[in-house]
Design a protein around this ligand. Sequence first.
Ligand SMILES: [Mg+2]
Length: 221
Amino acid sequence: MTNKTLLIPLLLLWANLQALEKKALPNDVRWVTQSKEYSSLCTQTYRLAEQTLLPKLKNAGPGDAIVMDLDETVLDNSKYQVERFRLNLGFTQESWSEWVVRREAGLVPGVKAFIEKVRMHRVKIVFLSNRMEYNLEPTRANLAKLGVLAKDDLFLLRRNKEDTKQVRREQILQGKGRMKKTGPLRVVAYFGDAMGDFPDEKEKWLGEKFFILPNPMYGKW
Ligand SMILES: [Mg+2]
């Protein structure tokens, strides 16, 4: 191929990238990154959780826990979504893993104030996420950078396909598997952005024991 024939596709690619850079973000990503409604809804959920849970936590002991999902519940990955859109590419496991290793996720609005208040009580926080377990260290580092990590926090990240959230939730309640050393825990509340973050009887416990955050960017709908 001559230099000239190479130049044309390169110019086209450049023009394409320029156009994508200027193109408005899709509604879902724009809503999360730019709207006051998204941040207000998140803050509202965490304030409701404070009002509901903090009085109950006064008598909490070391056997009590709060189970929190990570992505789009504690960690805000909208920057990854913006980057993929600008590249005209979708989600891939490889690009997601590279993003996790960068430790650049932000915080979901309202979560830091909530976690700080929870830490005044003797309740454990279990982060139950489908991030892969081999990404535990960058995940912990990202949380530490954001000021929401404590040394007693427990992490149950995903090991393989069989290691579902339901399997890990049972380990928490029964003190089995990876939770053998800790022993069984009583779960005071679950936090997530997807229905799969909650055990059964999902609607019955909304706003009492189950607290949901908005995420229009991805999910199993
Ligand atoms: Mg999530």
